[in-house]
Design a protein around this ligand. Structure first.
Ligand code: CS2
Length: 489
């Protein structure tokens, strides 16, 4: 079967939407560098930019992976082209052409630096996952992080996104080129401000003149991003090959729902993202809290409780009436009261729509994938709701049940000798190795992981007690524990 690339693209015209600008004499030049070309980026920001490119502008994307060669190896033979399959009540397919190239920083450093320092590069967007920011439990740059320490020595090319961005911005300063605008697209609370502060903290260690310049000039809006975009599997590759009639090495699948809210501080010179559906807001905080707490918190809860109950996908877990009753009660009783939603948001409808999205039978979203990196995700999506409820004297039992389920998930991974995908995996598995099933000691061991649980939580008696009660019940009979918490028995 022939390959999807610039040569075979024209043959697809009429079969599905294709990036016609790729066939024109005058092609869009690169104006955006993206760090972290994973599935979510390719289903979300790259799609928004694809739609924006229909309105013109030099906004093609140079996608950069820090180390992994996989995406480059798959897409370079395809001239960056790939298929987006939208799998929902209605299925649709679109060839995405906004990614012009995929580089690997560890192997093509000079090319990556050239892209980042080019005056034509106006934006750097990021999906490097929570761990990529190298933050401590207070949300600030961890200056003791091993890779940050390595980049601060400057003895080799940067290994962190922060180190790479600093090096590029310092070169732009020396060349009297304005900084690019940073756009974090990760599920972090206050993502843009945390990224900006981390970069300035790094600069203060390296060169206070650059730090001062960045504090004056660097734009880094907060954002909220949303679209359920599971990892690509062989099934979707075969499905796309059948539709296109050409081979796509790495198509992307996602649901129909997609949303991008950006703090409205971007320069006027920007891609036509608004025409593509991006919402610009003065304050993204309420949108971000609504999404992290009403989508990501239930997602993680489904992942850990669902894995303990033996479910494989979100859709499978959503068939369990006791589990969905528990999730609904957790949302109603503990998550909704924990924050103030955007005035314009019908938060009940928003939450109901999210649960309907979870039930989408066309999307096979693995619970084990959502369970990755819990030490980085829970401090963004569940612990803040617990802290807010504790401060307000509100209930936390069901949220604490989710934390206890995460602990038991780690013990399960350890006892079954299964890989734990988490930047703190070694530390967490060492805790699991000491667990005996006695909640008194086990919960104390987990809450002592201070990179996850700040002192205001780990020393909070109400929090310890809530996690302890849930943990003890989960040790012996997870299903019965869930039923009890859902009020079924
Ligand atoms: C998921 C998110 O894997 C996970 O942690 O909760 O990737 C989720 O699918 C997206 O945030 C949805 O917008």
């Amino acid at each position: 079967m022939t390959q999807l690339n610039n040569q075979t693209l024209a043959s697809l015209n009429g079969k599905l939407p294709i990036p016609a600008y790729r066939l024109a004499e005058q092609k869009p030049q690169i104006g955006i560098v993206h760090l972290g070309p994973g599935a979510f980026f390719r289903g979300h920001q790259a799609w928004y930019t694809e739609q924006a490119l229909q309105f013109g502008g030099d906004w093609a994307i140079s996608a950069v992976s820090m180390r992994s060669p996989d995406v480059s190896q798959a897409l370079t033979p395809q001239d960056g082209l790939y298929t987006l399959a939208v799998l929902d009540a209605v299925q649709s397919y679109q060839v995405i052409g906004s990614v012009q190239e995929v580089l690997i920083a560890s192997e093509q450093y000079s090319q990556v630096l050239a892209r980042l320092t080019a005056a034509s590069t106006k934006y750097v967007t990021l999906t490097i996952t929570e761990k990529g920011y190298c933050l401590n439990s207070s949300g600030k740059l961890d200056l003791q992080h091993s890779q940050i320490l390595l980049d601060l020595t400057g003895s080799s090319q940067p290994v962190t996104a922060i180190g790479l961005l600093f090096t590029a911005l310092a070169a732009r300063y020396q060349a009297n080129i304005a900084p690019f605008c940073l756009i974090s697209c990760d599920n972090l609370t206050d993502n843009g401000h945390k990224l900006r502060n981390a970069l300035i903290a790094f600069a203060e260690q390296k060169d206070p003149v650059i730090a001062n310049w960045l504090s004056q000039q660097l734009l880094s809006p907060c954002t909220m991003v949303d679209s359920i975009t599971p990892a690509t599997d062989d099934a979707i590759k075969a499905q796309v090959a059948g539709v296109l009639g050409v081979q796509d090495n790495w198509p992307i699948k996602r649901e129909a729902f997609v949303q991008w809210v950006i703090e409205d501080i971007l320069p006027a010179d920007r891609p036509a993202w608004q025409q593509a559906g991006v919402i610009y807001a003065q304050d993204v905080t309420a949108f971000e809290k609504a999404k992290l707490r009403l989508l990501n918190a239930p997602h993680s809860t489904l992942a850990y409780v669902g894995c303990l109950l033996g479910y494989e996908t979100v859709c499978d877990a959503m068939q369990d009436k006791v589990l969905t009753q528990f999730i609904q009660q957790m949302i109603n009783d503990e998550i909704m009261p924990s924050f103030t939603p955007p005035a314009e948001l019908d938060v009940r409808q928003y939450s109901n729509d999210i649960l309907a999205r979870f039930r989408n039978p066309a999307i096979r979203h693995l619970l084990a994938q959502i369970a990755w990196d819990g030490s980085q995700k829970l401090p963004m999506r569940i612990l803040p709701a617990i802290s807010d409820n504790l401060a307000a004297g509100q209930a936390i039992d069901k949220l604490a049940f989710a934390i206890a389920a995460w602990c038991r998930f780690i013990v399960k991974r350890y006892s079954e000798n299964e890989k734990l995908i988490d930047p703190l995996a070694e530390q967490l598995l060492a805790v699991a190795a000491q667990c005996s099933g006695n909640a008194d000691t086990d919960v104390a061991l987990f809450l002592a992981v201070d990179a996850v649980f700040p002192p205001q939580l780990s020393l909070n008696k109400a929090f310890f007690s809530a996690v302890h009660t849930a943990y003890q019940q989960l040790v012996t009979r997870p299903a019965a524990a869930l039923a009890a918490y859902a009020g079924v028995i």
